[in-house]
Design a protein around this ligand. Sequence first.
Ligand code: MEV
Length: 309
Amino acid sequence: MRAVAEAPSKAIITGEHFVVHGAWALAAALPRKVRVQVAPASAFRVTSDKFGDVGSPQLRPVSRVIEAMAREFSAKPNVSVSISSMVPEGAGLGSSAATMVAVAAAFSRLNSLGLGVDEIIRYSMVGERHIHGNPSGIDPAVSARGGVILFRPGSRPKKLSLEGERTLILSYSGRTRSTKGQIGRVTQIRNKYPGLFSILSDGISELSLTAAEKMRIGDMEGLGNLLTVNHAALMSLGVSNDTLDLMVDLLASMGSYGAKLTGAGGGGSVVAVAPEAKEKSIVSGLTARGFETFKVSVPAEGVKSWLER
Ligand code: MEV
């Protein structure tokens, strides 16, 4: 008997970094998933198609999640965990959160704990804190719940009800970065210029609420304009880099409605929206320049788990 869980990756549409300090942010679950299998074993073991065996520091947070859950529910921590992922690591697309969410969901399923989405998020945060230091919680929230959500720490997330699907273009710069380092850099700026940061943060919070409405009614041109404004705010915090700025410029010259870095920045990916007629040429144009680029439809479903014999 083994338990299997699949959790989606994510794109932050607006509001990353500012969300850590209390602003609203808008995020979407993406159909590219992480799959986790958990089965009883004689000793704790984790393997991953990306990192091999449990010796890799990247896999330590998985053991933290399992230990926390096993302790709390008096369950056996001796399990073998196997992770396979369609999500590039360090691309700003939430691969760690999707992994932690899927691990918590699969361990809950294996032990018939019957945990709901809020508890799965709570346990996945044990691993997320281990990796990122002081994350806002938006990544596991959107991975576990699915859909497109407005999130800010301390408030109940609001799921957008969309009629039909919306298309996002994601393009990976090929450079990875540490989310923890990027969060630290922004926190330093906030501590140095608290008044200025607070004005910027209020502005981005408002921008996220407006972006959610544009997304809801399908005004992709309006949404694109807001993405570009949000990118400028992230540049001003120093979390962009030359490659991401180049990609945002390229997307504008190829006819997108707008684009921005997504996630922690300093590497990772950009997110864009474009007129339907231009999507294909944008994807092939960026791919030809060496950036792994794909189109996704949102909303995507949240974490799912089941038992297999
Ligand atoms: C990372 O996907 C988003 C950040 O805002 C960090 C966080 O919210 O935890 C950079």
